[in-house]
Ligand binder design. Structure first.
Ligand code: ATP
Length: 300
């Protein structure tokens, strides 16, 4: 095989509960991931060395050296296989960069699946998941897709059943936010407020809403503990959230560490109307209608 193309989805967190800061610097999380139909494509082509090029609107903000998570994934896979392999990776980027939608993790998952095929390794999914786990806490979910809850640092994943399709609009901001900076701001705000941070718990009404496909209930129970920190770092996001609420969003939330904002719609037509209204409201760079859940990294 001389070329393999893999499609990988973005994610939104429908619940992101952040526990107290641990001594190792991490937080215990209850992180409900939901894969949505904004996709990066990772093409792997035969080559001597492992290299990458990035195509699309976000190219200037994605590293093309060893910092690129897709390169790190390909290297980790070659190491696991115990051989020197090469691949030229082409990332066709649609997922906002540093947008709280796990774009880098998606590309890492895409590279793992694409290179496994290109190099004819035939490693089972479980082996790829182990490598994914070492690459970053969102990478296993990008492999899996659908809807799943991550606990611990977010890396212990269990699939969650969903009873229907949910329709979303994502308002994409101009610049990105660093995930580490948003967690640091979250800790700072909590210290300043001297709140006793509760142990994170999976929300039962949220689980019910996912299971029955009830968008109204899901909208009412969307939560993101990182939202106050993202809003503190990027106050103009409050206007973006309000603009979606004015369009009748069933729920309006910052996606993960932000700055992308996610709006839950009643149906596909509502999502299209909301996206059109947000695109002209001067509150975001662009607004994208999408649906979820969708599968994880998939060979095309
Ligand atoms: P998450 O939601 O997983 O916290 P994010 O969606 O906010 O992450 P990413 O799009 O993954 O953020 O980008 C975070 C940083 O990772 C970027 O600023 C970029 O420098 C770096 N990066 C490395 N590889 C990639 C890649 N393939 N695509 C995008 N960013 C990458």
């Amino acid at each position: 095989m001389s070329s393999v193309t893999v499609r990988v989805p973005a994610k939104v967190n429908v619940q992101l509960s952040v526990g107290p800061l641990r001594e190792d610097g991490y937080h215990d999380l209850v992180n409900v991931f939901h894969a949505v139909s904004i996709f990066d494509e990772v093409v792997a082509k035969e080559s001597e060395a492992i290299t990458v090029t990035v195509q699309g609107e976000w190219t200037d903000r994605v590293p093309i050296d060893d910092e690129n998570l897709a390169i790190q994934a390909a290297r980790a896979l070659a190491k696991h296989a115990g051989r020197t392999y090469g691949a030229h990776l082409i990332i066709r980027k649609a997922i906002p960069v540093a947008g709280g939608m796990a774009g880098g993790s998606a590309d890492a998952a895409g590279a793992l699946v694409a290179c496994n095929e290109l190099w004819g390794l035939g490693l089972p999914f479980e082996d790829l998941m182990e490598i994914a786990d070492d690459l970053g806490s969102d990478v296993p979910f990008s492999m899996l897709g659908g809807t799943a809850v991550g606990t611990g640092r977010g890396e212990q994943l269990s699939e969650l059943p969903t009873g229907g399709r949910f329709h979303w609009v994502f308002a994409v901001a101009d610049g990105g936010l660093s995930t580490a900076a948003v967690y640091a701001e979250c800790d700072r705000l909590r210290d300043a407020a001297e709140v006793k941070v509760p142990w994170p718990q999976l929300s039962d009404p949220l689980l019910d809403a996912l299971g029955t496909g009830d968008a109204h209930q899901l909208g009412a129970y969307l939560t993101n503990d990182l939202q106050p920190a993202a809003l503190a770092l990027r106050p103009q996001l409050a206007r973006t959230l309000e603009a979606g609420q004015r369009q009748g969003a069933l729920g309006a939330i910052v996606s993960g560490s932000g700055p992308t904002c996610a709006f839950l719609a009643a149906d596909a037509a509502h999502a299209d109307r909301m996206a059109a209204a947000l695109a002209t409201a001067d509150v975001a760079r662009s607004a994208i209608a999408a649906q979820g859940p969708v599968p994880g990294a998939t060979v095309m």
